[in-house]
Design a protein around this ligand. Structure first.
Ligand SMILES: Nc1ncnc2c1ncn2[C@@H]1O[C@H](COP(=O)(O)OP(=O)(O)OP(=O)(O)O)[C@@H](O)[C@H]1O
Ligand SMILES: [Mg+2]
Length: 291
């Protein structure tokens, strides 16, 4: 969308005041900012602005690059506008992160609302090693996700696999990565339901491929093995993400790779593992410890 009429009117008014620009009123600042927001919201959708490609820049960048060059302002007003845009962008980022965190909590479940890497108790040497490795992944999350490097936690029930991935998922949200968390069985059920509702398979796969990170918690059902249909569905999603260099994180209730391959397929296991951090949670259940 073009700079909307509000700014254009203000521009004309300011331009007509010749060499000596008139200071902006608070209302002018507000309206120019709203226009910059509209430009950001509609970034890349207006054919008149075919140079507006890729992700929309921050509001202060839009203001500096798109709006200020067209305005005739007293210098202090330019600074004031950019600062106001920076603050508005920070508020927007914060709101977006909070909404994403609420969505993540709803998907993972209230039990894990407080799960973090700091409250994961590591007493044995194995636990400490796993926790350090997962912390290392979290510390560099942007790079790992950009590289398509996944995260796989496997091991027996109650060893904290979901806790660890939920904790790293929160770090991902804080780093402004998009994340879709789903339980394995729910994924297959959703796939089935969508197809029954005549949505195309390609579109459903695309929905699981587009987020920066897909987390499939408990990929394998309690029986230990996927059906043929489930295995091929999972392959389509994991393979599409793998080709796009987008990481898939998973928790698996298995004791080793061979067991994982028996439960799904070697091709899926191979893709999940390739370049990923795989941690084996090989200690007694935390649930039993608390019982
Ligand atoms: N080392 C730990 N420190 C603190 N809390 C833990 C730890 N391990 C597990 N928990 C807690 O114990 C409960 C069970 O852990 P979690 O569900 O993450 O295990 P899991 O390995 O995913 O089990 P399952 O395979 O049955 O899904 C959770 O409430 C989790 O927060
Ligand atoms: Mg779990």
């Amino acid at each position: 969308m073009a700079l909307a009429s509000v700014t254009e009117r203000i521009l004309k008014r300011l331009a007509s005041s010749d060499a000596q620009p008139r200071p902006l009123t608070a209302d002018d600042v507000h309206r120019i900012l709203r226009d910059a927001e509209r430009l950001q919201d509609n970034w890349g959708t207006d054919y008149e602005y075919d140079r507006h490609q890729g992700p929309a820049p921050a509001l202060d960048v839009i203001l500096r690059d798109e709006v200020l060059p067209t305005l005739h302002l007293v210098p202090a007003d330019a600074d004031r506008l950019v600062e106001a845009a920076r603050q508005e962008q920070a508020r927007r980022d914060q709101r977006r992160r909070q909404a994403a965190l609420r969505e993540l909590h709803a998907a993972v479940g209230r039990r894990f609302a407080e799960a973090s890497l700091d409250n994961y108790e590591a007493t044995s040497a194995e636990q400490k090693k796993v926790l350090e490795a997962v912390k290392g992944y979290a510390a560099n999350i942007g790079q790992h996700v950009a590289d398509g490097a996944g995260l796989v936690a496997f091991g027996a029930a109650g060893t904290g696999k979901t806790h660890l991935l939920a904790a790293v998922a929160k770090v991902a949200v804080e780093a402004d990565l998009t994340i879709h968390w789903i339980n394995g069985q729910d994924l297959f059920a959703r796939f089935r339901a969508a197809i029954d509702g005549s949505e195309s398979e390609a579109k459903i796969v695309q929905g699981f491929v587009s987020p920066d990170v897909l987390v499939v918690d408990d990929v394998l059902p309690p029986s230990g093995a996927l059906t043929e249909y489930q295995a091929s569905t999972l392959y389509r999603i994991v393979d599409a993400r793998y080709r796009a260099c987008s990481p898939t994180w998973a928790t698996l209730n298995v004791a080793n790779g061979a067991e994982a391959e028996r439960g799904m397929s070697a091709q899926v296991v191979d893709r999940l593992r390739h370049g990923s951090l795989c941690v084996f949670c090989d200690w007694p259940s935390h649930r039993k410890a608390q019982a």
